[in-house]
Design a protein. Structure first.
Length: 187
């Protein structure tokens, strides 16, 4: 089994020490480094601990046989753009069973025509994790509201649609919502 811990950690901009401190219970940066490089056996317990520390699914930390990567050609720094000092790669994310997509057909708010959003579906117990984020909320008749989740009060969600001058909307007890987690934009 090949680990994707390093790829996920770097994608989130975290150091080995950051991940080590986020583990429950905390561990050392050296231990995380050994787990990343395969110098220490990566057990299911460690995968789950590190996944929690990185706020990802456990499956995101395991490389699949057909997993694709993009080689990193250069890194943009404050002082310029340089080739990486050692081989780096960007992982193509796993699409979990709870993911849905949203295609943007017209420029709206900070989104451009042609953008695609990956959204993670949430059940009512997890709605609070989407506060102040853009969410997709199902409505009767195959309709949806897409906007910023402002609050939740007694089962009612308060949403601010992204259109300029739009008024706050209230949706009562949706079965699920989906929060935006990844923007895919063609330049």
């Amino acid at each position: 089994m090949q680990s994707r811990i390093r790829d996920v950690r770097r994608a989130k901009g975290l150091t080995l020490a950051d991940v080590a401190m986020r583990c429950n219970p905390p561990t050392t940066a050296q231990t995380i480094g050994r787990l990343e490089t395969g110098m220490r056996v990566l057990s299911l317990i460690w995968i789950n601990r590190i996944a929690d520390a990185l706020d990802v699914e456990s499956s995101d930390l395991v490389a699949l046989p057909d997993q694709q990567y993009l080689p990193v050609a250069a890194i943009l720094h404050d002082g310029g753009t340089y080739a990486p000092s050692k081989e780096e790669r960007i992982m193509v994310p796993n699409v979990g069973a709870t993911m849905v997509g949203l295609r943007i057909a017209v420029a709206l708010g900070e989104y451009r025509r042609g953008d695609e959003l990956w959204l993670e579906q949430l059940q009512p117990d997890d709605f609070a994790s989407a506060l102040n984020l853009d969410v997709l909320v199902p409505r009767p008749g195959g309709r949806f509201i897409f906007g910023r989740l402002l609050g939740r009060d007694a089962g009612k969600l308060h949403l601010l649609p992204l259109e300029a001058g739009a008024r706050q909307q209230v949706v009562a007890d949706p079965a699920w919502i989906a929060k935006a987690v990844r923007l895919v934009r063609t330049l």
